[in-house]
Design a protein around this ligand. Sequence first.
Ligand code: MLT
Length: 261
Amino acid sequence: MSHSKNFLYKNTNISFTEKGTGKTVVFLHGFLENKFMWDAFIPEISKKNRIICIDLLGHGDSECIGYVHTMETQAEMVWALLNELKITKATFIGHSMGGYVALAFAELYPDFITNLVLLNSTSYEDNLERKGNRDRAIKAVKQNYVVAVSMSIANLFSEKNRNVLLDEIAKTKKEALKTPLQGIIAAQEGMKIRKERLFVLQNATFPITLILGKQDAVMQYLETAKQVENTSVKLISLAGGHMSYIENRDEFMLFLKEAFN
Ligand code: MLT
């Protein structure tokens, strides 16, 4: 594991790790996750690339900047950090909410991107049901933080894996419980109002890969897969749930190696 570094963005501490040299690959974690979620892949992928793993606002060791962290706010923070590091081009790999942030970044700074990988993510906006679920989740986490966070983690794994990957689920919960209440609420509020970015998939001048889990309970596979229709996005379908980087670790590693080594 590389040592964390700090960057001050608008008086807010941002934590990130950096490893390797070569073309830059930026990893963006999802909701309730942090920069360490990518640890299993870094030793291999950093052999030939410069890897940057960032804690998004209100997650991991990065502070909150307010009460709503929009995907645009997160993308602007990521840009400011990369600018500070004198990086002008990068591949982006985003898991779920990290993918939403990468899509917002792609809209704001399209010339920056060489390659975009959306892992268990979507360019669609929330429908009314999902918005309602977020309101209920915010209420629940305010009432009982530990129970609400713990319960939402199990749901991320496929039903089958919930009874198999017990150590991994326990580890994921432990990391999730490091996310401060304000960060959780700000992320939910930000995701709730995010806009649809199908046009990024349709108009991109860089390659995009969408990796989905067929048993994903967060985003229904068939519905989510539809977004690649009439685009040049490459779709990779894996057998597990929302946590492909754990549930289908070998396939994801193989994909990364083939794409970036
Ligand atoms: C995530 O894993 O980042 C979230 O589940 C995404 C979401 O809630 O839309």
